[in-house]
Design a protein around this ligand. Structure first.
Ligand code: FES
Ligand code: FES
Length: 176
């Protein structure tokens, strides 16, 4: 058996520059690196959950230029120049909960919590587009997110409560 003495070469990388939760980030990344892994592993944003890695569960949802994206389906290099918001970016000064997070907490809209950051981010997008959604609009807006625990009713109630808070304009520590 011959020994392979081919020199090992480093995989190629590309430089990207993007905004993550308001901070400018520049990095050298492999072209194959998923945005979810870049955010979670390289930026330490553990609120980006990785479940199915096939675009099915929605646990990895982040906002890319204000639009909900399943970050397991996007490469980090595709996010070059974009503005990314993860669930960590929704909290206010000193870690104060965003009104959506408050609403999830108050309505017991989570059990194991694995899906929750994806739902919170998806709710942020939903309420930006429709500040007063009815139940059908909520179910439709969150249809790309899966929860194995809650049965969804409390999640839908949380979205309704978050919409009420945004309407009142006076609850929670985040940016509403
Ligand atoms: S981990 Fe991305 S959709 Fe499930
Ligand atoms: S709370 Fe467990 S998966 Fe949603």
């Amino acid at each position: 058996m011959s020994v392979d003495d081919t020199p090992q070469t480093e995989p190629p990388t590309e430089e990207i520059s993007l905004t993550v939760n308001g901070e400018t980030v520049s990095a050298e990344v492999e072209p194959r690196l998923k945005l979810s892994d870049f955010l979670r592993r390289e930026q330490g944003l553990r609120g980006v959950r990785v479940g199915c890695e096939h675009g099915v569960c929605g646990a990895c949802t982040v906002l890319v230029d204000g639009k909900g994206v399943k970050s397991c389906l996007m490469l980090a290099v595709q996010a070059d120049g974009s503005e990314i918001t993860t669930v960590e970016g929704l909290t206010g000064d000193g870690g104060a909960l965003h009104p959506i997070q408050e609403a999830f907490h108050e309505t017991h809209a989570l059990q194991c919590g694995f899906c929750t950051s994806g739902f919170v981010v998806a709710t942020k997008e939903l309420l930006e587009e429709n500040p007063d959604p009815d139940r059908d609009a909520i179910e439709h807006g969150l249809a790309d997110n899966v929860c194995r625990c809650t049965g969804y009713q409390n999640i839908y109630e949380a979205v309704e409560r978050a919409a009420d808070y945004a309407d009142e304009g006076s609850h929670g520590g985040g940016d509403g």
